[in-house]
Design a protein around this ligand. Sequence first.
Ligand code: GTP
Ligand code: SPV
Ligand code: MN
Length: 593
Amino acid sequence: MTKNKKLKDWVSKMAKLCQPEEIVWIDGTDAQRAVLEKEALESGELIQLNQEKLPGCYLHRTAIDDVARTEHLTFICTKKKRDAGPTNNWMPPKTAYKKAKAIFKGAMANRTMYVIPFSMGPVGSEFSKIGVELTDSRYVVLNMLIMTRVGNAVLRHLEEKDHFTKCLHSKADLNINRRMILHFPEDNTIWSVGSGYGGNVLLGKKCLSLRIASFIARRERWFAEHMLIMGIEEPNGHVEYIAAAFPSACGKTNLAMLIPPEGLKIKGYRIWTVGDDIAWMRVDSDGALWAVNPESGFFGVAPGTNSYTNFNMVETIKKNTIYTNVLLKPDKTVWWEGADGEIPASGIDWQGRPWKPGMKDHNGKPILGAQPNSRFTSPIVNCPSASFRLEQHHGVPISAIVFGGRRQHLAPLVYETFNWQHGVFVGATMASERTAAQVGELGEVRRDPMAMLPFCGYNMAYYFKHWLDMGKRMPKAPKIFHVNWFRTDDKGKFLWPGFKENLRVLEWVLDRCNNRVGARETSIGYVPYPADIDMTGLDLSEGALEKLLEVENKDWLEELKGIRKFFQQFKKDMPAQLWDEYKNLEKRLKSND
Ligand code: GTP
Ligand code: SPV
Ligand code: MN
């Protein structure tokens, strides 16, 4: 299989620990994939969907308590606690290995251990990183085949290059009390046990491409970020690229592949999707920031996906897609809350139980057909808006970085930061209401700097410092913006229609990047004049746009309290520049009051 001794030795050692019945190397061929699919159907891991309507599509159901990332069971295991920082769960490496070993021991008995060599980024690109995941789950193998570049080409590459991330996964007994997602950045190693849910087990994704990669990126001076990457083709045919960080389930996938609303389409805009979740970005010799998407698939949120909210995704997931925890219809197609068409009269819900609309649980709450964090895994190449620069090793140049969160109050629709340092402050103070993408209380506002709170593989204070330093190395740094699609009126209704209409805001962003429009200077940054947002074909209620662009100094003064508390936990590790920005903001808010 491989001549790489380090790889061979590691696979044998892990096999000795986990005791699989056999070892199968994943070669990336269609023939092997077909065998795995057949076996997964026989074992019940997959359910075959209607192959006429949904060719190459399957359904998978996870355990009921294994439906989202479990952040409280996710650890950064550095030798020193300080290197993990106050926002990460920490365990000393020795303890972590010991605890996990007890669970991994014999966990693959009577099962096959699959060896998945994968590349994050195009195979052979100097920007790409290689990982090898060992797993006892066929579902993991089949998802990794979609999400990453897998197979023999990667092994050949490993023959010359010795660096790879060692990723070990076992479902074990899927017991939440014996579940751990452990990262050892100092050993370039990930161990995940006891789960079968996406973000916990597709180790190339959040574990490698964000937690481990962010640790490496600091050392090698680049960025590994929780960001979408999109190209906006302007009326003159020129394509400008932006990267945007929103917390989980806050709209990255939707934005990355939007279709311009009619009113703007006539101008000639078109969107090109580069990535919907992860961006690796480097400063190039031209002094600008260039981005690649290390993934080759989407692991998208199903509920709410329909032809209005995301036409391109509806097209993408019609073939070669694995659905997880959605409703199964009698005709063997799938459905979720907020899908196209009629609500089905009956079906099998995500827990495998007969379902009808209007059913309630014993607390009187509606029983959902699909789990709120149900997802689909689909290859990017299926997407009608997939960028022609996806395989380009160099990536795309980034004109603007956009931060955003889910805030009912406070944050205006959009504002531009004063400069890089202020932009880093705005990223570092991002906050958002909690969604179903992670286990916990829905709706609670939490600080989520750069949307990386659950994904930064080291002390976030060092991470902020890294962001500040990178700004100094970029003569052509992108401008930094903040958006909020989720502001509501007094009755709790969204003021902004969102989705495709968000392009109107991005148009302003690009106009600002190209010095084409002015702006109103406020305490928090530059806010658009309402007349500068093109509203052709969109009727908002009287005064809604003004309300969306409002900056209330007294509310922001209140917000400062939460920011202060968040910053204080980093103690003396917090970069002084961010405290300076804090004080400047406070000063501006008080003097403009
Ligand atoms: P992860 O995959 O978890 O990182 O999520 P994501 O950031 O890619 O989020 P996604 O695009 O899947 O959107 C999540 C939810 O937000 C969906 O239910 C969408 O319907 C909703 N959503 C997305 N964009 C908008 C918007 O502009 N306005 C409103 N109101 N909702 C939106
Ligand atoms: C997220 O939660 O941000 C996701 C899904 O993109 S998962 O891969 O599960 O982390
Ligand atoms: Mn995500």
